[in-house]
Write a protein that binds this ligand. Structure first.
Ligand code: DON
Length: 307
């Protein structure tokens, strides 16, 4: 992959998709409805640390569900891959990211850490006997993946924290089935704060590139997690990163991805690069319409789809 081929792929993906009008900002978190729907930025970071950007890289949005990936990586690193399989699950639910039916159907089993129930359970498993320590560890892992200090978007955090009865219900239901490992209200609160970390497309691309590079941040050169933790994390992303559309994503792009309702999307092409795009309007599954198209265009133009 030459510099010129990457720049040309990014230019084309930007130009071809910048006028796409489909999709709608998330509005079940009130603050997200007010985010500028025209934000559109793409960033790609190679495993040797070269950074390419196109479009809006200065706007930051809340990371939302993309954060689930990094908390997952941290608990795999702390507890080992088997504990995650046993205590949360690593199966696709085939249902929406905040489905209560998905929990109820198998009594809290056969879910995964990338849907809301599994992600709140993941927070409950992070090391620390109080919520402040758990939050510190979660923030630390996100900062290390990004290679910089990420800030919490307070209006988004306050907006969601004041209105997340559904996630609290999910956490209590998991507790009832013995699948929540810390206080459900505090776990939901820390989870909500993690979702409100603010990122731009470049931050997300560095985070994705760290996974593409076996857990070593290619920009800061810090080893954040081990190669085996990275492999387990990518397997869950391939299975469930775009929820009930994960199969379609893998079919078209081939590189494990993860979306967030803030409009961000990452994809990890192992050994090659991490790529991210931000564009707030979402499809029915909760995935950014423009970001999916842009990333698919770049990955396929660079022949980085392994299948
Ligand atoms: O818990 C929620 O519903 C949000 N904080 C995150 C959901 C999300 O990003 C789903 N992703 N596409």
């Amino acid at each position: 992959m030459s510099k010129a081929s990457i720049e040309s792929a990014m230019d084309k993906a930007y130009t071809n998709n910048k006028d796409v009008k489909e999709g709608k900002n998330a509005d079940y978190i009130k603050e997200l409805a007010a985010v500028d729907p025209n934000i559109f930025g793409i960033a790609l970071v190679t495993t040797d640390g070269q950074v390419y950007t196109k479009g809006d890289i200065s706007s930051r949005v809340s990371i939302q569900s993309i954060s689930k990936v990094f908390t997952l990586a941290r608990i795999i690193e702390e507890l080992g891959p088997k504990a995650i399989m046993d205590k949360i699950g690593v199966d696709a639910t085939g249902l929406r990211f905040n489905s209560i039916v998905a929990v109820e159907e198998h009594k809290g089993k056969e879910i995964n850490p990338l849907v809301n129930p599994g992600a709140i359970a993941a927070v409950s498993l992070i090391s620390g006997t109080d919520s402040a320590t758990k939050w510190r560890h979660i923030r630390e892992i996100h900062d290390e993946f990004a290679g910089e200090r990420l800030e919490v978007n307070m209006p988004v955090y306050i907006s969601e924290a004041g209105d997340n009865l559904r996630n609290q219900a999910i956490a209590h239901l998991l507790l009832a089935y013995g699948r929540m490992y810390f206080d459900p209200v505090q776990s939901t609160d820390v989870y909500t704060k993690q979702c409100a970390l603010n990122v731009n497309a470049k931050d997300l691309a560095v985070m994705a590139a760290t996974l593409a590079n076996g857990g070593k941040n290619p920009v800061t050169k810090k080893v954040v997690v081990s190669p085996s933790t990275t492999a387990s994390t990518l397997a869950v992303m391939a299975t469930a990163g775009l929820y009930d559309d994960s199969g379609q994503w893998l079919y078209i792009v081939g590189c494990p991805g993860k979306s967030g309702v803030g409009g961000g999307l990452i994809a990890v092409c192992p050994g090659k690069f991490g790529i991210a795009a931000i564009a707030p309007p979402l499809d029915d599954a909760g995935n950014s319409v423009k970001a999916q198209k842009a990333i698919a265009d770049v990955v396929n133009a660079l022949r980085a789809n392994p299948y």
